[in-house]
Ligand binder design. Structure first.
Ligand code: CTP
Length: 409
């Protein structure tokens, strides 16, 4: 297996009995062509020898921020990594990482990287099932951290239960899925992807605005999935949802701000996904102070906003894949097909927002992906990350058809 050729993996090893398996993880990663830079916590040094791990990695083990020679090892390691992998990850490491507490070299590397991060927890069953540990994992997952779940089996001291480190072969397969060049992952490596997310807010006065029901969750899931598949992602978002490593956030509020943010960046993108619910109308003027009841019912005059997707479609660079969304309540297919043609998109993701569990504010979605050439692909009700996966599969197929060269040369 050589599909990790040239990929740089920082391998963090924490202090648990499963640390001995990190040696095999390292050996397998190196065999697959990866460059492995190992970092051991002080706890890990109680379980395995530095010499052993150094011998089976690509460079000597680092254990401290203050090792000789390199004044800022955490930024060098973090910035240079394609992936930071922590195996085994202890309850303490998960807690520190979730809290942003950087007390040693490994936790500093985790905070100093924009690369994807994968953690492989291993601990006793009672600790694994503790609500604090599960809550920390939830926080990390919401930030885009990949979690390789522990298995059930023999634990230290002869106990049997959940919490046993995933098998080294499975950990390396997960890494290959994320970084490898196969269909399972890495297929947007070298691509620039811009995603918009959330509903815009159009101010009426300093306290009131016109908004819509979009939560931004589908757009965020698209951004996270694109980053996990290797893209350099810019997320233009109206929400304050967390974003994971590898995603650059551009915060916007109004349709005009979103329009400016997208148009300033669109030309350099390989893919633009307009998942945001952009207001079609905005007040002509924002009242400088709060409108008072005593002054009677206000009449708010509206003007149309720019149609960002249509503008992008009209000026689309060769090879760029443009994806629109359509939230419909009636005649979903006909309305969506008309939008696809009118706006010059390559793909249009339509959802029936009147249906149960679909679209706005839900964690689930059911969509129909329409292709410019008339093809259709139905994605039944599922979580928004899975919808993102299906949409990006269609994008990857479009990129291949358009044969846009990767910018990574
Ligand atoms: N869109 C946009 N700029 C706007 C409005 C919408 O870029 N001012 C984009 C959305 O991000 C989405 C697509 O256009 O990708 C369709 O949005 P939708 O609100 O469903 O359609 P509208 O263009 O508003 O058309 P209609 O009012 O007929 O539903």
């Amino acid at each position: 297996m050589t599909d990790l050729a040239g990929r740089r993996v920082v391998l963090g090893v924490c202090g648990g009995i499963a640390a001995y398996k990190a040696i095999e993880v390292s050996r397998r990663l190196v065999d697959a062509g990866a460059h492995v830079a190992p970092v051991m916590t002080s706890g890990a040094r109680h379980f395995i020898g530095e010499t052993t791990l150094s011998a089976l990695a690509s460079e000597p083990v680092r254990t401290s921020l203050w090792d000789g020679g390199d004044p800022i090892p955490h930024t060098r390691l973090g910035q240079g990594a394609d992936l930071v992998l922590v195996a085994p990850a202890t309850a303490r490491l998960l807690s520190a990482y979730a809290a942003g507490y950087s007390h040693d070299l490994l936790t500093n590397v985790l905070l100093a990287t924009r690369a994807p991060v994968m953690v492989c927890p291993a601990m006793h069953t009672e600790m694994w099932e503790h609500p604090a540990v599960q809550a920390n994992l939830e926080v990390l997952r919401s930030r885009g951290v990949h979690v390789v779940e522990p298995g059930v089996g023999r634990l230290a001291g002869g106990d049997v239960g959940a919490g046993r480190l995933a098998e080294p072969a499975d950990i390396v397969a997960a890494v290959a899925g994320l970084l490898g060049s196969g269909a399972a992952g890495g297929d947007l490596r070298g691509r620039r992807v811009l995603v918009t997310a959330g509903g815009t807010r159009e101010p009426i006065d300093p306290v009131r605005f016109i908004a819509n029901r979009s939560s931004g969750k589908q757009g965020h899931a698209l951004a996270e999935e694109a980053a996990a598949r290797g893209a350099a992602v810019t997320l233009v978002t109206t929400t304050d949802l967390a974003v994971g490593p590898g995603v650059e956030r551009v915060a916007v509020g109004t349709a005009d701000e979103l329009h400016r943010a997208v148009m300033a960046r669109a030309a350099e993108q390989d893919v633009v996904v307009m998942a945001a619910a952009v207001a079609d109308f905005t007040p002509v003027a924002v009242a400088p102070s709060k409108l008072k009841k005593r002054d009677g019912v206000p009449v708010v005059e509206l003007r149309p906003t720019a149609d960002v997707l249509a503008e992008l479609g009209a000026a689309k660079p060769a090879g760029q894949v443009l994806v629109g969304f359509a939230a419909e309540t009636d005649d979903v297919v006909a309305n969506a097909a008309a939008k696809l043609a009118a706006k010059g998109a390559d793909l249009l993701v339509a959802n029936d927002v009147a249906a149960e569990g679909v679209g706005f504010e839900h964690d689930t979605n059911e969509v129909l992906i329409l292709h410019r050439d008339g093809g259709q692909h139905h994605v039944p009700l599922t979580d928004k990350r899975s919808v993102a996966r299906a949409v990006l599969d269609a994008v990857v197929a479009e990129l291949a058809r358009g044969a846009a060269p990767s910018r990574e040369t």
